[in-house]
Write a protein that binds this ligand. Structure first.
Ligand SMILES: *[C@@H]1O[C@H](CO)[C@@H](O)[C@H](O)[C@H]1NC(C)=O
Ligand SMILES: *[C@@H]1O[C@H](CO)[C@@H](O)[C@H](O)[C@H]1NC(C)=O
Ligand SMILES: *[C@@H]1O[C@H](CO)[C@@H](O)[C@H](O)[C@H]1NC(C)=O
Ligand SMILES: *[C@@H]1O[C@H](CO)[C@@H](O)[C@H](O)[C@H]1NC(C)=O
Length: 150
């Protein structure tokens, strides 16, 4: 009985430590450009963890070599599983309401409700123009972050 209790206690202590470490990892993680070699840009977001479909605020900015065209270029935000093979929830699209010539920095903010997310997932954010086919986009910049949900 006592042994079991000690074992449980140690396990609990380990879980707490692992959680604390993962939380630190989350805070240190950065967005990096999506493979294979998309242009990246800067993103900050809040809150930092995603329990129960929070509303997430994204501040997105950067310098692209591509022009951003008002009412045509979109910001896309989506979530994937840990293998990046499966999308989780629907992609969130938001039109740019301002044009930006290539090079000067662009800024856009977005607020959206995250879907139900697993413990390990990715957030991918892209800047894209509509393709000639409906509902298809040409992505010309994309950035992603590896997340642990606590
Ligand atoms: C986004 O930018 C605004 C204005 O600079 C700031 O007040 C807000 O805290 C930022 N939010 C995030 C999630 O970085
Ligand atoms: C991110 O922001 C920093 C500082 O504002 C800037 O120097 C850097 O070029 C930006 N990175 C990208 C990929 O746009
Ligand atoms: C951006 O737009 C300007 C004129 O509006 C054009 O001259 C330039 O070629 C465009 N740049 C790119 C990278 O498409
Ligand atoms: C973006 O703008 C286009 C053209 O004005 C419109 O058809 C589309 O519904 C808008 N998309 C979003 C996500 O608001």
């Amino acid at each position: 009985m006592m042994k079991n209790f000690i074992f449980t206690f140690i396990l609990f202590a380990i879980i707490l430590t692992v959680n604390a470490v993962l939380f630190q990892l989350n805070k240190r993680r950065n967005f990096i450009s999506c493979p294979p070699n998309y242009q990246g840009f800067n993103v900050t977001f809040s809150p930092n963890s995603f329990p129960q479909k929070p509303e997430v605020e994204y501040n997105v900015s950067g310098i692209l070599t591509h022009n951003i065209t008002k009412d045509r270029t979109v910001l896309g935000i989506w979530y994937t599983d840990s293998s990046k093979s499966f999308g989780l929830g629907d992609t969130y699209f938001q039109n740019f309401t301002k044009s930006y010539k290539a090079k000067p920095p662009f800024v856009i903010t977005a607020s959206e409700i995250a879907p139900e997310l697993p413990i390990h997932f990715f957030i991918q954010i892209s800047v894209a123009d509509p393709a000639n086919e409906p509902n298809k986009y040409i992505i010309y910049a994309c950035t992603e972050i590896d997340m642990i949900n606590l």
